[in-house]
Design a protein around this ligand. Sequence first.
Ligand SMILES: [Zn+2]
Length: 225
Amino acid sequence: MIESAWTCKHCKRRFISERAFMKHECTQMVRGREIQTVIGQSAYGLYKVWMEKQRRAAPPIETFLSSAYYSSFMKFSAWARETGIPEPQKYVELMINSKIAPALWRRNEAYQIYLEHFDKRTDPITQATTTLETLLDLAEGLECSPGEVFSKFQVGDILELIQQRRLSPWLLFCSRSFKVWYQGLHDADRSALMKSIGIDYWANKMESKPQVVAELKAIAESIGL
Ligand SMILES: [Zn+2]
């Protein structure tokens, strides 16, 4: 057998010429590069959490690279970063408990489960504090008052901040400025926004906590929100 100097270290394929070897690219090689990135490292970390939480041994990186779930975890990792999921590990745990497969984690229904869980776990005042910080930050950058922030953005941008819970419905629905802003939107924009926030869910939630709502209204009013 002829010894080949050109062997792919990823798939072990051998080449008889350097030219063919240099042109070669295989799935394992591409994945080997992807795993070095921030998204790749985070995907592998989340894959380990997913395995461990199901009481399976933490797999070596080679197992992940050849896993049938590789693409799902890479896509989820990129999506979680882009969406600004506060705690991706918690997201994974919740998906296991809800018996949702990795390929479906980026769906809106899955994300709603996560947000509802987040809202149950994080008390309204803590959420309102984060919201205030976000609004004050944005107001400072835009040189406007916190209450004027909403009208400086597209509806989609405000919704994104709400989905990330950098703006929480708790404080927003207690804010006069927010109400004036959304009531001034086009009908289609307003109903899409309210549907995405889950207006019925929030109406019920707030109705059940009148004292919290009163407290939040006072906070909003005190900063002219
Ligand atoms: Zn190869």
